[in-house]
Ligand binder design. Structure first.
Ligand SMILES: Nc1nc2c(ncn2[C@@H]2O[C@@H]3COP(=O)(O)O[C@H]3[C@H]2O)c(=O)[nH]1
Ligand SMILES: [Zn+2]
Length: 305
């Protein structure tokens, strides 16, 4: 029963301990036949998953549980869209592994901070997607350490594609392929894989409210932590992270309207069945946070007058 539940976006991560999540990840790799098709020993997979676990930091949002959720959403999307019969196994392996590795060793401060604070990562990568480059470097270090030598340039490209600074570039590329989309076309396939990783990465609001809302609290905690540090150090303060400027509803209504709905709508054009699984919950979340926003505004109006 859990095995089937794991294939859906309504899976509730909060019910599981981290050790159990490790087992669930193992189930995902097994049920997509990766061990068999790529002749991966169970022990190698277990070592790999353990290394991945060890390389996520104990921070409010970009932690191992986020990694688990993104991987689980990718796993669910693969089943819902029947990608097992549309792409090759290696493509599915790349997508699931990219999801698993996409935020490795995230320090809890975003690229803008890295660049403004001139951190080691920003210097190392010349200010170009410093975090995503770092996640890739850690991922390839782990893959070679455990002798899982399925290192692939597409994993690199999928992880680099999670830099939101490149959101419009990638979404626009995907839009162009849609009218003539062909699962056999290499370029179409590559942009689809990037979109799937991106969708999974920002898919919390596609989950039931009881699962999604605690994630927003975690995200805002990490955001506020960054903006507090920026204020303390006299760095430019990232507006959407400023506790004096954003609230839960304001942060979600904008993010859902301008980022989630446009992205999810395009993927749903290719896979209409996703309408009910990811678009509808996101629309409900928009309504929920719009109402919350109105209520807070009315309250503020009432206190003023
Ligand atoms: N406001 C808001 N931003 C989100 C949400 N989920 C993901 N994001 C943002 O999307 C970004 C995706 O890449 P990052 O992990 O760097 O940081 C993430 C957040 O900045 C959400 O539910 N609400
Ligand atoms: Zn992420």
């Amino acid at each position: 029963e859990v095995r089937e539940h794991l294939k859906t976006p309504i899976f509730d991560n909060w019910q599981w301990e981290e050790a159990e999540m490790m087992v669930l990840l193992q189930v995902m790799y097994t049920d997509l036949d990766f061990l068999m098709v790529f002749h991966i020993e169970l022990e190698v997979l277990q070592n790999f998953l353990f290394e991945v676990y060890c390389h996520y930091n104990n921070i409010p949002f970009h932690n191992f549980q986020h990694c688990f959720c993104v991987t689980q959403m990718m796993y669910g999307l693969i089943w819902l869209t029947d990608l097992r019969n549309k792409l090759e196994r290696i493509d599915l392996f790349i997508m699931l592994t990219s999801a698993l590795c996409h935020d490795l060793d995230h320090p809890g401060y975003n690229n803008v901070y890295q660049i403004n604070a001139q951190t080691d990562l920003a210097l190392r990568y010349n200010d170009i997607s410093p975090l995503e480059n770092h996640h890739c470097a850690i991922a390839f270090g782990i893959l070679s350490k455990v002798s899982l030598m399925l290192i692939n340039v597409l994993i690199l490209r999928c992880i680099l594609a999670t830099d939101m600074a490149r959101h419009n570039e990638i979404l626009n590329k995907f839009k162009v392929t849609l009218p003539v989309f062909d699962f056999k076309n290499k370029e179409h396939k590559e942009v689809l894989m990037k979109i799937m990783v991106k969708v999974s990465d920002i898919s919390n609001e596609a989950r039931p409210m009881a699962v999604a809302e605690p994630w927003l609290d975690c995200l805002l905690q990490e955001f506020f932590n960054q903006s507090d540090t920026e204020k303390l150090k006299g760095l430019p303060v990232t507006p959407f992270m400023d506790r004096d400027k954003v609230s839960k509803p304001s942060s979600q209504t904008n993010f859902i309207r301008f980022v989630l709905l446009p992205l999810f709508t395009e993927l749903t054009k290719l896979f209409p069945c996703l309408e009910q699984h990811i678009l509808e919950p996101v629309r409900r979340a928009l309504e929920y946070y719009s109402n919350m926003e109105k209520a807070t505004q009315e309250e503020a109006g009432a206190t003023k007058s």
